[in-house]
Ligand binder design. Structure first.
Ligand code: C5P
Length: 279
């Protein structure tokens, strides 16, 4: 095999509780990760004589390091081999939006290079490497609905398909994850994710308990983000919440909702996406 093309999906957090600060400076959390498969970036990997990387947008994280390049670097360190590959990345997932786009691209890179170069790195080892790249990266190695604990790498997969249209709205406000973590007080979660996500019905029954601990800080700093949540509830969403540390807000709708209807309500510079159930 000389060539791999892969779709790197987005995610939303259905609930996000920050439960404590750790000695290593990170926080423990509890969340339910849900992949949004029809909103995805696209990556291609082709064997080459030298390394190259192209992207249709400029992408760097807070540490000024693009997560695809970081993934290649860590794989080279782990295997002790140079990886000569041509990588092309097409971004569709908004950047720095709480949708996990950069983390998903990183996981897609680990999986694809493991296969293309026959590196035979085990799933558990891939999770270890993924966690070195970022806290959300381990989830994307399988990208299946899962309860995430610890920094997000302690994953319990739940085979759930939410029977909802997921409306995703991003106002283009960039929120630093690090800053968001610095501005919240960790608290014990008042929800047991194992129970709530046993079935979709119990999720509906427990939805008032499902919160995102970052909302208070982000809503007070950027009232525009709270406004999106309020609009989604006005529009009839059964459940609406900010994803990750924002600024994306999503709403779960039983009835099909049209893009035109949403674009009349939200400013034209907003990113709007409607994910269909069972995509
Ligand atoms: O892991 P990631 O690189 O995405 O984290 C970005 C920053 O967010 C970290 O440097 C840390 O300050 C904060 N963070 C945290 N606890 C987590 C995840 C991230 O404190 N579980």
């Amino acid at each position: 095999m000389k060539y791999i093309e892969i779709k790197a999906p987005a995610k939303i957090n259905i609930g996000l509780n920050i439960t404590g600060k750790r000695d290593d400076g990170y926080h423990n959390l509890e969340t339910f990760f849900y992949p949004v498969r029809d909103l995805h970036d696209k990556l291609t990997f082709e064997l080459a004589e030298s390394f190259s990387f192209h992207c249709n947008e400029e992408i760097v994280n807070n540490d000024n390091e693009n997560l695809v390049l970081k993934s290649v670097r860590l794989l080279e360190e782990f295997t002790g081999k140079k990886i000569f590959v041509k990588i092309e990345l097409q971004k569709y997932i908004p950047i720095g939006a709480g949708l996990g786009g950069g983390s998903s691209d990183a996981a897609a890179t680990l999986i694809s290079l493991n296969e293309l170069f026959c590196l035979n790195i085990s799933y558990n080892k891939l999770i270890d490497i993924a966690l070195l790249i970022g806290s959300d990266v381990p989830f994307f190695i399988k990208a299946k609905p899962a309860i995430g604990k610890s920094r997000g790498e302690d994953l319990t997969i739940k085979e759930i398909d939410l029977p909802y249209h997921i409306v995703i709205i991003n106002p283009g406000i960039h929120i630093s994850t690090k800053e968001a973590f610095q501005n919240i007080n960790p608290m014990r979660a008042n929800i047991n994710y194992d129970e709530v996500f046993q079935s979709v019905d119990s999720f509906q029954n427990n939805r008032d308990k499902i919160v995102n601990d970052f909302e208070d800080y982000v809503f007070s700093k950027y009232p525009e983000v709270k406004n999106i949540k309020d609009r989604l509830i006005d529009l009839g969403s059964e459940f609406a919440l900010m994803s990750g540390s924002g600024s994306t807000v999503y709403g779960l709708f039983k009835e099909k909702i049209t893009f035109d209807g949403l674009s009349e309500i939200f400013p034209k510079e907003y990113f709007i996406f409607i994910s269909s159930p069972n995509y």
